[in-house]
Design a protein around this ligand. Structure first.
Ligand SMILES: [Zn+2]
Length: 270
């Protein structure tokens, strides 16, 4: 056999697998313990990451859920600067090329924020500040809208960047750790909340996921990212009751580990 044939076969296989397109949008609620980290893989091959969890579990979860040659994150959205959302991120910048970083304008003097800012400078990166109502178009039938991105509350949770991702007629709502006061603020706007999938706010805390908010979102699937035996008792039974009352299917990383949800733009494929 010609000695070039074998490498050519390998390269062809690699080329075809690299270019393998799927029509499905994949949303992976990563198993990072008590914290948030959500990987979104678009049908056009873009990777979006919302938050980075509390430690380097983020990197092992990314390694498990991205092909080995995928070293780019097209968009990183940081909902807010609490440890359980950002501690996996400094190492992310060492291992992946992060092309766009989106944050609210909330800047603080605290240690974690400074650590993150220093890392950005070291990597010659800068973050883009987003505001409520802003839209990011990824493809013809895929975009997201920022529903909230305050920068003036003392409690970081209130400053959570909230985004609603639309894929055809399927919507996903990601709420960070937004409490009910923030939910009420969105309810008072004319921004659309209705979504098939809701990432439950603040790991299932009873201070998030108010009744009116849940009614407006009217989700089929509710995903809670929380860690086993976490010291906050998340998810709180009050939240679980409210979710049960609206009849959504509850999924929880604490019990199920990694949760993958697929959309073809018309239906969900959990
Ligand atoms: Zn949190």
């Amino acid at each position: 056999m010609n000695k070039f044939i074998f490498p050519i076969i390998i390269l062809s296989l690699l080329f075809f697998s690299l270019n393998k397109k799927t029509d499905l949008l994949e949303v992976d609620f990563l198993d990072v313990g008590q914290g948030d980290a959500i990987l979104i893989k678009t049908p056009t091959g873009k990777n979006i990451l919302i938050d980075g969890g509390a430690d380097n579990k983020l990197l092992s979860q990314l390694a498990d859920n991205l092909a080995w040659w995928e070293r780019e994150i097209d968009y990183l959205v940081i909902t807010h600067f609490h440890a359980d959302h950002i501690m996996g991120l400094p190492e992310l910048l060492n291992k992946y090329k992060v092309k766009n970083i989106l944050v609210s304008n909330h800047q603080t003097k605290d240690f974690l924020y400074q650590l993150w800012s220093d890392r950005l400078i070291e990597k010659k990166l800068s973050a883009q500040i987003v505001g409520a109502g802003e839209r990011f178009v990824i493809a013809e039938d895929l975009y997201w809208q920022v529903l909230s991105a305050d920068d003036y509350h003392e409690d970081y949770n209130d400053n959570s960047v909230v985004i609603r991702l639309t894929h055809g007629s399927i919507d996903f709502l990601f709420t960070g750790d937004l409490p009910t006061t923030g939910e009420d603020k969105i309810l008072a706007t004319d921004l659309v909340l209705e979504s098939e999938v809701l990432k439950i706010g603040h790991h299932g805390s009873k201070y998030s996921s108010g009744e009116e908010f849940l009614k407006a979102v009217s989700p089929q699937i509710c995903v809670i990212q929380s860690g086993k035996d976490n010291k906050f008792g998340h998810p709180h039974p009050e939240t679980i009751n409210r979710l049960t009352n609206i009849g959504c299917q509850i999924k929880d990383t604490q019990n199920q580990g990694l949760i993958k949800i697929f959309s073809d733009g018309q239906t969900l494929r959990p």
